[in-house]
Every structure is written in C-alpha cells, then in structure tokens.
Ligand binder design. Sequence first.
Ligand code: FAD
Length: 379
Amino acid sequence: MLTGVNQRETDPVVVVGAGLAGSRTCTELRKRGYGGPIVLIGDEATKPYDRPPLSKGVIRGKREPKPLKADYEGLDIDLRLETKAESVDLAGRRVLTSGGPIAFGSLVIATGATPVRLPGTGEQLLLRTGNDALALRDRLGSGARVVVIGAGWIGAEVAHAALERGCAVVGLEYQSAPLAQALGAEIGARFADWWGGTLRTGVRVAAVEPDGVHLEGGEVIPADTVVTGVGVRPATAWLAGSGLELLPAVAVDERLRAGVPDVYALGDAAAWWSPRFGRRMDVQHWDDAYSAPSVVAQGIIGGEGPESVHDPVPYFWSDQFGHRIEYVGHHSADDALAVDTVEGAWSARWTDAEGRLTAALAVDAPKLIPVLRKEIAAV
Ligand SMILES: Cc1cc2nc3c(=O)[nH]c(=O)nc-3n(C[C@H](O)[C@H](O)[C@H](O)COP(=O)(O)OP(=O)(O)OC[C@H]3O[C@@H](n4cnc5c(N)ncnc54)[C@H](O)[C@@H]3O)c2cc1C
C-alpha cells in the first residue's frame, strides 16, 4: 500500500470518535491509498452506526440500530471500542485514553456532540445513542404518560413516535412555536398543528424531579417518562487545556485544520470557517459529517485535490408526523422571508439585503431542494 507523503511512517493516524465522521475518515483514507496505520477509537460498545434512523425508525419499532457498512478488519483499521479519550498532549503527540496512551502522526477529532440535560434529580431519557433509542422504545407503551421537553427536531420526532405508539404526550417548549429557534417563530407556527394539541408553548421547565416536570411558576406535570430534547453540546470537554481553540466546538479552518500541525476536527465536534458565508459554521447535520471526511483524508495524505476545502451549502432533513422537512443554506435573523404554497406542500426562502438566496426550507416538496441548493451554491 502507499504511504502518505505528510505522514510519519511509524505513528498512526488516530481518529477519536467512532461515529459517522470518524468511521468515514478512516475509509476515505484507505480509498485514497493511504497505507499507514490507522487507529479508530470510540467510547461506545458497538461499531459505528447512523443516528438519524434511531428517531425515525428504531423508537417507532420499525427497525434495529444497524452498523455502517465498513470492513474495518479488511481495511486494516484498528478499531478500539469502549475506549475513551481522556485528554491530548499535543506537544508529546499522543492521546491519553482509558486504554493507555496512543502516539499519533495525525490526530482527527470526531467526538460528535452530547445532549444537554436539565436540572433535577428525576429520570430524563436522552436520545443520542443506539442504547438510548432502545431504552426509549421500551418506554413508549400504549397509555404511558410521556413528557417531551423541547419541540425542536429531536423532540418532534420523539413526540411523533410516542403518539403513534398510543402514549399520552405532553410537549413543552419555551419558545412561542416548535422549531422557532432554528427557523423563526413565523415558520415554526406552521408546524404547531402537527402536534395534535399536545404541545404547550411559552413554558419554561425549572427542573425534572421524581414526581414530574416542574415548570417555572410551580406547576408540576406528572410523567411516566420524560424525554429531554433541548439541544446538544460538542463533546470536546476532553480537550480542555490542550491549547486547541474550543468554542466549545473545535475551531477549524476551511480545510478542517485545528491550528496545530496534523490536527483536524470535523462533524458535530467542529466549527469550520466558511468562506461562502463569511463566518464559522457548526451545523451538526448528518450531511456535514458525511461529506467532511474526504477533506480531512485529503489533508492528511497531502497535496491539492478537488476535496481540499470543506465549504458546503449545509443540508438538513427531518421526518416528523408523516411529513418531510428539508432545509438548505444558512440564514440570519435579518434576512427577508417569503413563503410559497403549492398543492399541499410549501416552501420558504430567505434572501439577504442584496436579494441573494441564503437559505430555503421545503415541506413535502423533495424535488425543490436540490435546485435551491444549487442556486445558493452559485451565489
Ligand atoms: C436521534 C438523532 C436523529 C438525527 N436525525 C438527523 C436528521 O434527520 N438529519 C440530520 O441532518 N442530522 C440528524 N442527526 C444528527 C446527525 O446524526 C449528526 O450530525 C451526526 O451523527 C454527527 O456525526 P459525528 O460523527 O460528528 O458525531 P457522532 O455521530 O456523535 O459520533 C461521535 C462518536 O464519538 C464518541 N465519543 C465522544 N466522546 C468521546 C471520547 N472522549 N472518546 C472516545 N469516543 C468519544 C461518541 O460516543 C460517538 O460514538 C440526528 C442525530 C440524532 C442523535
């Protein structure tokens, strides 16, 4: 096999985080002919898998968690599961893990993100891992009182599954509408009916306690199961004090380099500089974790190539309440919004002060998104 020109012969590429971005970085390296040693470490017990099917299939009882298609053994990738990276010594070029130190020639940070937990001593189910999904699925029995905190992407998909399985659902959202944080209150209001009267907006949760969910103001909502879906934080605590810039996502440039030679970060754990949008982006989308690995692999191997720079038009989708929502681009609060309805489906477009399309949303209109994505890319 070939050996990469930028790579020390003896020390491996160490990829920390065995999720989509980490797994694909390893396979992309091999695809590009990198022949040196590769170590992929992950703290979960299972081989890397995709997360979107957890909320769209697993918790609805429609499928099991399934590993990504990658032949780690055949590709000579040293996959070390149940191994947690605890810190990194950049000067000494080694990662300190629960399984001992590992020297690296190149380091790739792909540790993803961790769901935020609310205060209180009551049980809160989160949805990030395959085990989380299996545990939640077991609790979504007919008649169970399920409180879903947060009417964002994950909250809506969980509420959909719970309603479908006959649970008595109460959704709690502190904004005035579902998805308002991501899409604004005007667009968010269009999704409220999908919750079938189960969503309470403008309410703040103070704590989750053993007797139920305590709202600010004193009301207590009893629950058999509480699911907290109020967002995620980049899983970068293990990098504290390393010298890397943490926002808390690892700050990287458009080549996904972390400002220290041979150190890269990508996926949900990274915030990359986007020349297209003139700002740092930390989108936490599947599509981003899927596409970024080819750029990291190219960077490690060295030299210029078509995939030297990561600056995509971001894309995100969600399946909820029998509808598909898709979003492309990136809009700011100042952008002008226009909504267009076509035969039951609808779309929204955001344009900047110069009238350029910055982002678009399509609901049940899948053919629209590739066209709009191209339009945004051409700006
Ligand atoms: C339920 C669910 C549904 C989703 N649905 C959608 C969707 O519909 N559309 C969409 O665009 N996106 C969706 N996403 C988001 C998408 O899955 C993520 O953007 C994507 O998984 C990010 O990949 P990643 O490899 O960066 O991180 P992850 O997939 O989180 O992988 C990171 C891995 O690193 C491990 N790790 C963390 N810290 C350490 C450490 N210190 N040492 C070792 N290992 C560590 C983690 O346990 C994890 O296995 C969804 C996410 C979830 C949870």
